[in-house]
Design a binder for this molecule. Structure first.
Ligand SMILES: *Cc1c(COP(=O)(O)O)cnc(C)c1O
Length: 444
């Protein structure tokens, strides 16, 4: 492999009219759906044939969603799980189940997904931003600086397939008596110290949307250890009441308000089959990502996201950090020209700050403290007065701003074959040779 690489890297770059490394798009970044086969078709067909698409009753109920929850609990070794209709809903329900509302503050990192902020605001609470560190997840040191008497929950987000300094976060949660919500939407099947992410905190949430490690198009899962919290989640995800075998269970403790986020049996059927493919999908991504990363590590100007548990990394993305924004930009352009892009309109490799709703500074409704009613709730709520001076504008979190501007993120597909992996490495080597070695020599 090494000899193949050195033989072509000194050809002209494709952006300067040279031959690109490859002409064919890379496999798409949608890990689960590229593994769809007859198994999903068969499972969903059973639901159609039975005419039974609702999880709680109907003719010849197939119990797809029940089964999904059971296998999830068993594999993750956690007593309670609840399937819902999206990862966004899972976050919202989890916060409501924890009783979060006006007067409360939820700490979350500035590298996130818009749904994380939205869940907090819709609960009537205040998002409090915490900076990240080179793990691209919440920095425990900045967390310590951000905790106030209003802090109730740490929303820890395992971004791009892996966690960060989770041990320190757990210690802080314990020491300050804060609840810990793990958003594992981007890290289904990832581990830390050989334990599944989502099972460390008070509650874990997952997404089964198309971009995630496994998919049923839409879907989400909540896991927790507390029976009471589980019952509250059940009531909230439904129409506000819990159920037992014979229908509604009339216990006043769990008479709440529902958000209508049940999972259908059709979704459950696909999710159940996908769950059986989780290990295979993660294994393939892990192999591809770490092969690429190992080879790129010889390029001395490049740095990489710090991964605290390399074995447990579900590996759906590779993050490369450049010494300057300029070099990062030039690399992105040159790699694209070398054929490092994927089909379905998704760039295989993009500058991180360009991923729109993943950064606090790209979320306009947060910066403008938008409300969906004229009242201005929750920002205007008297109990939220403590947060009046909170800012969400660019510059609030310097490490987020800096890393986002000079890092590239490469989507890793479990569909990468040997050639795809070699082409990616090769393209990086070629671009590096031209932009970092030749260009430097020329300047002397
Ligand atoms: C995708 C995602 C969600 C939301 O999941 P949906 O199923 O798309 O609603 C929440 N948090 C993070 C970090 C995500 O990446």
């Amino acid at each position: 492999m090494k000899s193949m690489i050195t033989s072509k890297i000194n050809e002209p770059l494709a952006i300067h009219g040279g031959r690109p490394i490859r002409l064919k798009a890379l496999p798409p970044e949608f890990p689960g759906s590229i593994f769809f086969d007859n198994k999903e078709i068969k499972q969903i067909t059973e639901v159609i044939k039975a005419r039974s698409p609702f999880r709680y009753y109907g003719p010849k109920l197939q119990h797809q969603v029940d089964q999904l929850e059971q296998v999830w609990q068993k594999k993750f070794n956690i007593p309670y799980s609840l399937a819902v209709n999206s990862g966004t809903a899972a976050l919202h329900i989890a916060l409501l189940a924890m009783g979060i509302g006006p007067g409360d503050e939820v700490l979350l990192p500035g590298y996130l997904w818009v749904s994380c902020v939205s869940a907090i605001v819709r609960a009537g609470a205040i998002p409090r931003l915490v900076d990240i560190d080179p793990t691209f997840t919440m920095d425990p040191n900045d967390l310590l600086k951000k905790i106030t008497p209003y802090s109730k929950v740490i929303m820890y987000i395992h971004m791009n397939g892996a966690t960060g300094h989770l041990d320190k976060i757990l210690d802080i949660a314990k020491q300050y008596n804060l609840l810990l919500l793990e958003d594992c939407s981007q890290a289904v099947g990832a581990k830390y110290n050989n334990q599944y992410l989502g099972t460390f905190g008070d509650v874990g949430t997952f997404s089964l949307q198309l971009n995630k490690n496994i998919t049923s198009g839409e879907g989400g899962v909540i896991v927790c250890k507390s029976e009471a919290l589980y019952h509250r989640c059940c009531a909230i995800h439904d129409v506000g009441y819990i159920r037992n075998k014979s229908g509604r269970n009339k216990t006043q403790v769990y008479e709440l308000w529902g958000v209508g986020s049940r999972m259908s049996e059709l979704t459950g059927a696909v999710a159940l089959v996908q769950f059986q493919k989780l290990d295979k999908i993660v294994e393939r991504m892990h192999h591809a990502k770490w092969k690429i990363r190992e080879m790129l590590q010889t390029l001395s100007l490049l740095q990489f996201r710090y991964i605290t548990d390399t074995v447990g990394d579900s590996s759906c993305r590779l993050i490369v950090i450049y010494p300057t924004q300029k070099l990062c930009k030039e690399f992105a352009k040159a790699l694209f020209a070398e054929g490092i892009y994927s089909s379905e309109g998704s760039p295989a490799c993009e500058i991180m700050k360009d991923s729109k709703l993943h950064w606090y500074f790209n979320i306009s409704s947060l910066q403008h403290k938008v409300s969906w009613c004229l009242d201005g709730f929750p920002w205007s709520h008297p109990k939220n007065n403590f947060a009046q001076a909170y800012q969400y504008s660019p510059g609030t979190l310097p490490i987020c701003d800096d890393l986002a501007a000079r890092s590239l993120i490469l989507s890793i597909s479990p569909g990468f074959n040997k050639q795809d992996i070699e082409d990616i490495i090769h393209a990086f080597y070629k671009v590096y040779y031209h932009l970092c070695i030749i260009a430097k020599k020329g300047k002397r």
